[in-house]
Ligand binder design. Sequence first.
Ligand SMILES: [Zn+2]
Length: 474
Amino acid sequence: MAEYEMVIGLEVHCQLATKTKLFCGCATDGFGAVANTRVCPVCTGQPGVLPVLNKRAVELAFQAALALDCKLADVSIFARKNYFYPDLPKAYQISQYEQPFSQHGRLECRLKDGAAKVVRIHRIHLEEDAGKLLHAIGSEELDHSLVDFNRGGTPLIEIVSEPDIRVSDEAYAYLTALREVLIYSGASRCDLEKGEMRCDANISVRLKGAEKFGTRAEIKNLNSFKNVKDALEYEFRRQVEIVESGGKVVQETRLWNAEKMATFSMRSKEEAHDYRYFPDPDLVPLEAKPAWVAALKAGLPELPAARRARLTSEFRLSSYDAEVLTSKKEVADSFLETMKLLAPEDAKALANLMLNTADFSPIDAPRMAELVTLTRRVITVNKAKELYPELRASGKSPKTLVEEKGLAQVSDEGQLREWVKAALAANPQAAADLRGGKERAIGSIVGAVMKLSKGKANPGLVNKLIKEAVNAGA
Ligand SMILES: [Zn+2]
């Protein structure tokens, strides 16, 4: 196995974040809705209707391509991809074939060890989604399939990578980076559970150092990034075993079965579709005027890589913190909004709070800033984390909550001295160690004071007062 490598190219379909479908006014919110309630004569292919291109879909598709450093075509052509299947009412899908709207992009991905890997984008094209078949096979009452056209005609982009990926971890990193960029650019929400991002993988194997590609298999039905990784690992072993035993890998489409953790042959090249592509006579060529493209480019939001760089340089966060903060756009947005209300030196405290609070999801910037300000003097960071779920749920201000719950940190030196005295008396061994110069012993005395104060003692002051007490011979 170690002598071989994988050659992987990925084809990713992403749903564009439009309100309506690609060629009609039907809503795109049909996921989970009653079947066939988001349909009209256009997206169900009734005779005599004409498609009208959704301008917003084109804008979002171009935004995605710009965010992926693609070259945009001045003119692209819609083509009919002909095949007969019940999920396709017109018996053709409107797609782009010979002249896609964009080509030759690149995406930098970050691997687990922190290294960067560039995967080139071969092309991106616009197309409409098909409907969804619901198979009732094996059911007592039904022995047939049903079709739901809610999804039919939904705008998609298909992003085809060059075969630059060599190990399954790189495929995972590529998909993660792609999803981030598409979400940041606003082109797609990439909700995997709603099928808004779907991936097919082409994989072949060859001896390391060989230039020629082996025969590839296309793997479908990969509905999570983990499935992609598992399927590639399985397929690598399968193909190497064939080659090693003197056989030949067959060019075919295979389906991933996540339960059996294996791929199964779906159709071979001989049975492959001949789609008979031709330009759609109902749609004019799509022209991208330079001024329009320039405006789209200018309006592109800050992308993940630029944002990570800014978080480390401008706010002096570690690259790890920057990485985790930017992995969710809404969290990074909230961080930057909140920092507008805080001093630069609060950046670390804010990042800590966001990254170490379980199930963190952002609240409004003013309350977030107030909470961070409170951790300077009034409450400990741990208390702030504990408070967070209630803060989010109640809509109250952090100050109000702290007052209501009596959480304010105790900084009254008289009270603190009493607790210090009691803590020293209750822990004679640690107290003796501390007097003997073992500074680490202070930890257990601080702990005892925090316990006495129910977590409310100001830890900085407690430290200072313990040292004072010990020096004074207590
Ligand atoms: Zn429609």
